[in-house]
Write a new protein. Structure first.
Length: 249
């Protein structure tokens, strides 16, 4: 249980779902942890649940200037950073004819632009060696209707694991991605569906998963722990699909 002993880790979107569970497992593995959220209430609740020593930071994942402030806060508190898990993101599910420019920009700002500029801002802060883990999605690999901007944004994010790996390897920074399939998190309840619509969507999605169920946040967190640990020292530019076989259909 000491695979991350002494490591300093930042988890964006760490107040719920996959991010919160990953923070739990990072702490259990001996890491010092900082989490971010754009919601003070959920951030405070997460810190209370995890550990009072967890650094909880309000930060807007879509704001470029906020990424610079976040990097400075991490540098001031940790000195250097060993692990970054880019987890904050949104899902916007709707038919293409209902998508406007504002919706497109919001998805790409949160899912791609913010993460890109956070990595840039953290470059002087990363230790050598260090690990960056991006949270992708199976949707980047499948043609699920009504997920055009979400899938495109995640595909853009996943492309960064290869280009950034090539660019940052000389600094001792390896970049990998975990791409979940459908996971049981509060994410789906934030899509604006009624309870009945939500049940229909869940049933439809689950029917597409060969494993026959939604995944658990802990199953994604396990993969992130591997990429964050020294066990993955020879792994860079890789994407691990944890999707119950969904991408194989």
């Amino acid at each position: 249980m000491d695979r991350l002993k002494g490591k300093r880790a930042l988890i964006t979107g760490g107040s719920s779902g996959i991010g919160l569970q990953t923070a739990r497992q990072f702490l259990a593995e001996g890491a010092r942890v900082a989490i971010t959220s754009n919601n003070q209430k959920t951030l405070d609740a997460a810190r209370q649940e995890l550990d009072p020593e967890v650094m909880a930071i309000i930060s807007d994942a879509s704001d470029v200037e906020a990424q610079k402030k976040l990097a400075k806060t991490v540098a001031d508190s940790f000195g250097e950073l060993d692990v970054l898990f880019v987890n904050a993101g949104i899902v916007d599910m709707r038919p293409i004819e209902q998508i406007d420019s504002a919706a497109f920009d919001r998805s790409f700002n949160i899912n791609v632009k913010g993460p890109f500029f956070l990595v840039q801002a953290l470059l002087p802060v990363f230790a050598n060696p260090a690990s960056i883990v991006l949270n992708g999605s199976v949707n980047a690999h499948i043609g699920m209707p009504n997920t055009t901007i979400y899938s495109a944004s995640k595909a853009a994010l996943i492309s960064l694991i290869r280009t950034l790996s090539g660019e940052l390897k000389s600094r001792g920074i390896r970049v990998n991605a975990v791409s979940p399939g459908p996971i049981s998190t509060p994410l789906y309840s934030k899509l604006g569906f009624s309870e009945e619509q939500l049940k229909q969507v869940a049933t439809s999605i689950q029917s597409q998963v060969p494993a026959g169920r939604f995944g658990k946040p802990s199953e994604i967190a396990d993969a992130v722990v591997f990429f964050a640990s020294d066990e993955s020292a020879f792994t860079l530019g890789s994407e691990l699909l944890v999707d119950g076989g969904m991408s194989n259909l």
